[in-house]
Design a binder for this molecule. Structure first.
Ligand code: ATP
Ligand code: MG
Length: 418
């Protein structure tokens, strides 16, 4: 017997008992983003590899070891998108959207070859939000305030906001040197990952999740002490706005983000209800990326929400959205009744557009059809047999109580709506 083919490790099926939660969450996010004037953009899942290596950075975790890259039949190196920002910038540049300011969002699967574990998958889903052409820090505040509203609208608690400023490119370069000097003086305390990052990406050492690195990192000089004037002013203004709107935050001087294109404001929403994969939403400014990709400079800021983590958090906080049940299930015994059932069902759907109605298909005895009705979770079963057809009525059974009533066909829509 042939082996059955199974899914790829870290790539999950999202099954019908869960998709209603996804749909509800996605539509709430869509509503809030739309209400702030953000518009949806859709761009391909596959792009040229160079787009990601040039934007995310050659020495980042993503580009070094997490990308799904392959050579297509033309010999081009292509990559399944590991994140959305690069593709969104590419699409905006290519289609002339950067001639004016833009507020955009997108949603879909992302792919990273990571070690699969709770909250970390190889195919996962993000809602990403990007704004182009705004210098900030007002838009920085808008985005953060908007994320806070998303949580509110989802009925979600348990998230903490962390903010930091990565400063200008020059300030970051100078700081990088300070940091390298500090770590070199403490070289024996560096773990293997950090040894490797010391030359390639020393800021990322600060982000180490290794408890043994904690003390060393706690005592490291911070970028906040080395900010350029403009970044400092913007950061102060951002904090003032958040204070005045009443958004609580922690300044985390070790928040650096894993992608090379960030500068100035960065932020994350984190939780300790999800174990070690606690970052649900992450973002920041990336003013240099457009120019780096060959466009005329446009300032930019964005964030992405990991939907798997968001839904896991909703579950952990017992805040999953209410999912509407099926309203009615039509049980019809005999060929004549089955035909009539389809006709009646279409009439009901015209009369009650949001009615959730299942008509039994596939025949069978009254008893077996009724079992299906029960399993569907419907509030009512609507029963049609020869007697009912002769009298042009239908028996309506309330499943919770077992109560049954006879309702004429032309009164059925009213009955179900009352
Ligand atoms: P982490 O530090 O958790 O690896 P990251 O810095 O790589 O996150 P981003 O690239 O900023 O993450 O992605 C934004 C969000 O997308 C993350 O905060 C997280 O919620 C989600 N995310 C990232 N990678 C994964 C993954 N492999 N599986 C599930 N969700 C993910
Ligand atoms: Mg990562």
């Amino acid at each position: 017997m042939a082996d059955t083919i199974r899914s790829i490790r870290g790539m999950n099926d999202i099954l019908p008992d869960t998709t209603p939660y996804w749909q509800a969450v996605e539509s709430t996010l869509n509503e809030v983003l739309t209400a702030y004037g953000y518009q949806e953009i859709r761009f391909p899942i596959v792009e040229k590899t160079a787009l990601f290596s040039r934007s995310i950075g050659e020495v980042t975790d993503i580009v070094e070891k997490e990308m799904y890259s392959f050579t297509d039949r033309n010999g081009d190196s292509l990559t399944l998108r590991p994140e959305g920002t690069a593709g969104c910038v590419r699409a905006a540049m290519q289609n002339g959207l950067l001639n004016q300011t833009q507020r955009l969002w997108y949603m879909g699967p992302m792919f990273r070859h990571e070690r699969p574990q709770k909250g970390r998958y190889r195919q996962f889903h993000q809602i990403g939000v990007e704004a182009y052409g705004f210098k900030g820090p007002d838009i920085d505040a808008e985005m953060i305030v908007m994320t806070a509203r998303l949580w509110k609208q989802l009925g979600l608690s348990g998230l903490t906001l962390q903010i930091n400023s990565l400063g200008s490119t020059e300030a970051r370069l100078a700081y990088r040197q300070t940091l390298v000097t500090y770590y070199e003086a403490n070289q024996t305390l560096l773990d293997e990952d950090s040894q490797r990052r010391l030359q390639s990406n020393p800021l990322r050492i600060l982000d180490s999740k290794n408890p043994a690195m904690q003390e060393l990192n706690d005592n490291a000089p911070t970028l906040l002490e080395h900010l350029d004037d403009e970044s400092k002013q913007d950061f102060d203004a951002l904090r003032e706005t958040l204070d005045s709107i009443g958004i609580e935050y922690e300044v985390n001087p070790r928040l650096v983000r894993g992608l090379d294109y960030y500068g100035k404001t960065v932020f994350e929403w984190v939780t300790d209800h999800l174990g070690s994969q606690g970052t649900v939403c992450a973002g920041g400014r990336y003013d240099s990326l457009v120019a780096q990709l060959g466009g005329r400079g446009a300032t930019a800021i964005g964030f992405a929400i990991g939907l798997e983590r968001l839904i896991a958090l909703l579950e952990a906080m017992d805040a999953l959205p209410e999912i509407g049940n099926i309203d009615a299930y039509i049980v019809a015994v005999g060929d004549n009744a089955a035909k009539q059932a389809l006709f009646l069902a279409e009439q009901l759907r015209d009369q009650i557009p949001d009615l959730k109605l299942i008509t039994h298909c596939g025949g069978g005895s009254f008893k077996s059809q009724f079992k299906h009705a029960d399993r569907s979770g419907a509030r009512w079963s609507l029963i049609l047999g020869d007697d009912e057809i002769n009298q042009q009525v239908i028996s309506v059974k309330t499943m919770a109580t077992g109560e049954q009533e006879t309702v004429p066909w032309d009164a059925l829509a009213n009955y179900l709506q009352s």
